[in-house]
Structure formats: C-alpha cells, structure tokens
Write a protein that binds this ligand. Structure first.
Ligand code: PEP
Ligand code: MN
Length: 368
C-alpha cells in the first residue's frame, strides 16, 4: 500500500533523549483533585513526558460517564503549570479541537471510534487547518489498515506534519485474553509502509486489565515502537472509567523500571557482522523456500492436467487430510507450531487448487 504522508520525525517535536515517549494519565479527568494529584505523582517519577486525560469520553452505551467536559481543560492547564508536563486529550469534533487548542493542550489524539469514521476525521482535520499541534491517531476499532492510513492522510493534508499513530488493538468477536486484539502485523505493516511515522503503543486498551500490561509493553518495545500511552490513576479501584486497566503512578514507574529498551541499531561492529551473516543465511533459505514452492506448484499443475485429461475432480479430501496429518507431525517434531503449520499448508493448498482450477478450465492441447 502506498501513502502520501509528509511526516516530521518524533525527535523534532518532542525530545525524549534515547528513551521512548511516555504518555500517562487517567482514562478520564474526573475531579480537579484526582487529575492534579495524579499528575504530580506521575511527574515525580521522572519517567513521564506527557499527561493524558480524557475530557470527552466516547462511550459504547449511553448513560455511562461521558466525560467531565470543558471544565476539565482548566484542570489540565493547572496540572501542566504545576508539574511542567505536556498535556494531551482526545478530540472527536471540531468544537473539541477549538476548545482544547484555546486551553493550550499540547497534543491531541483521535480515538479509535472516530478514526473508523471518515466524516468525523475530516471534520477534525478541517478544524486543524493552519494549526501547529501534534496529533496522534489511534487505530480504528476494526482491523482495517487503509482506514487508519486514510485518517493519518486526512489530518496530514490539513497541514499537520507532527503526526503519529497509536496502536490500541482491534475489536474481535471472539473473546480472547485481550480487550482488543493487538494484531501486531497491522502495526508492523504501517511501520513498513511509513518508516518515519512514530507509532506509540497503548497497552492499557489492548489488555483491558492491569496484569497483562507488562507483557504487551515489553513486546511493543521489542517491536521498536517509539512510545507508550498508559492509563494511570491515583486510585484505580475507584476510577470512573476503565478501572480494571489503570495502574497507580508508582506501579507505572515500577513497570517502566522493569522493561528493557533494546536499541534498533547497535554500534558494535562485531555484532553487526554476525547479524549480517545470519541475515544472509535467512535470505538464502527464503530464496530456496520460494523456489521450492514454485517447483511444488509446477507439479500441482501437472497433476491438474492429468486429472483434467482423466476427468477426475480437483479436490480429493482423503489425500489432503493425509498431507495435513503427516506434515503437521513433522512440523511439531521440528518445534514448529501446529497453528503455523496448518495455516501454511492451507495457503499452499488454496494456491494449488487455484492453479488446478485454471488448468481444468482450459482445454487440453489434444482437444484444442
Ligand atoms: C481512551 O484512550 O481512553 C480511549 C477512549 O481509547 P480508545 O479510543 O482507544 O478506545
Ligand atoms: Mn480508557
């Protein structure tokens, strides 16, 4: 997928040294006391760059706490004055943008529900025309990379070059350990098509509970994400929203003390040499694998011709079951997961069938 993003690197708009950007704060601003005292504790850890707080909350069901509204902007301002932390909040309408900017909020983010709606994103983008403020765009609730890229493009076209993405996971019908499935491959695809785009991970909304946060946080850093946005509340047990996933500022500091930030590049020549050698081995094996898949397809085509000329159906279920069973056994013996082996064989089989179908539907030279 191509994109037309014109991005300023994260380092040029916020200096975090060689550490990842850390955004932390409560899911929602609830009271002035809750927000300001949480902000002080976060600032005192010395590990937080930006204070987050939801002022307007997109809720799934009406009647839940829908955010404290504009008054909360005053509390954010006070928290910033007293702690020196930059501030960030979610905007979902043009009016939110205007109010947040008027109150001096430093960074705006677009929430997952808004990103899923191009009308909403466009309204926000129009309100941002001519403004110089960093904007972070959460992935849409559904796993659709184009929708995510489209939202980034809309905001970017309004002239916002200080732009970043937030990976907060995707809704899935199946219940899993996570509130929102991480589907890392989508974040990796985004990183691959837009290497300059900062991607910040949101372990809180991926996990939906405190216990899994360290695991996702470490994984995000290992994937070279450039920052984290983590919900932190002075007393999570009484939080008005997302109580199960918020952590105290002390727990946040402890979490950040225990994750390892590995560098994307090393400056040790011996390491680089060894890595280059191992990568060469991988390249060679990949070439061989592709070549062998090609050879396998050619044989499948021959079988297709043979079946056509003898009027036999393409799909022979018994044969396929036997292939899967035997190969999965081999895969397991080689410590390759069953899940991977089955998926791989399915892909291979679908492609063979597609090719055989093509052949079945062209005449044999004798009939032509
Ligand atoms: C939030 O950050 O509190 C929030 C509502 O997140 P999301 O848009 O990712 O659901
Ligand atoms: Mn939340």
């Amino acid at each position: 997928m191509k994109h037309s993003l014109d991005i300023l690197p994260l380092k040029s708009w916020i200096d975090t040294g060689d550490k990842p950007l850390i955004i932390a704060g409560p899911c929602s601003a609830e009271t002035e006391e809750q927000l300001v005292s949480t902000a002080h504790l976060l600032a005192n850890t010395g590990k937080v760059n930006v204070l987050r707080a939801g002022i307007w909350k997109p809720r799934t069901r009406p009647g839940e706490f829908e955010g404290i509204g504009s008054i909360g902007l005053e509390w954010l301002k006070r928290a910033k004055e007293e702690t020196g932390l930059l501030t960030a909040t979610e905007v979902a309408t043009a009016k939110h943008v205007e109010e947040a900017l008027a109150a001096g909020v430093d960074i705006l983010w677009i929430g997952a529900r808004s990103t899923a709606n191009p009308f909403t994103v466009q309204e926000i983008a129009d309100a941002l025309q001519g403004v110089d403020v960093p904007v972070l765009i959460k992935n849409p609730v559904n796993p659709d990379l184009s929708l995510w890229v489209g939202a980034l493009e809309r905001v970017n076209r309004a002239g916002i070059r200080k732009i970043g993405a937030i990976h907060r996971g995707f809704s899935s019908y199946e219940k899993t350990a996570f509130r929102n499935e991480p589907m890392w491959d989508l974040a990796i695809q985004l990183k691959t098509i837009a290497p300059d785009l900062p991607i910040i991970n949101d372990p809180s909304h991926i996990c939906g509970n405190r216990e899994l946060i360290p695991y996702i946080t470490q994984k995000a850093l290992d994937m070279d994400m450039q920052g984290l946005i983590i919900e932190s509340h002075i007393d999570p047990s009484v939080a008005w929203t997302d109580a199960k996933q918020q952590v105290t500022p002390a727990a946040l500091a402890d979490l950040l003390d225990h994750v390892s930030v590995r560098r994307a590049e090393s400056n040790n020549p011996a390491f680089e040499d060894k890595l280059a050698e191992l990568r060469q081995q991988i390249d060679k094996l990949d070439d061989q694998i592709i070549k062998q898949i090609g050879d396998r397809m050619k044989i499948a085509e021959k079988i297709g011709e043979f079946k056509r000329d003898n009027n036999v159906t393409i799909l022979q279920v018994n044969r396929w079951d036997e292939i899967v069973q035997k190969r999965v056994q081999l895969a397991k013996a080689l410590s390759i997961s069953e899940d991977f082996a089955v998926k791989y064989l399915e892909l291979l089989h679908n492609e063979s069938i597609r090719k055989q179908n093509e052949i079945m539907n062209t005449n044999s030279p004798a009939e032509a």
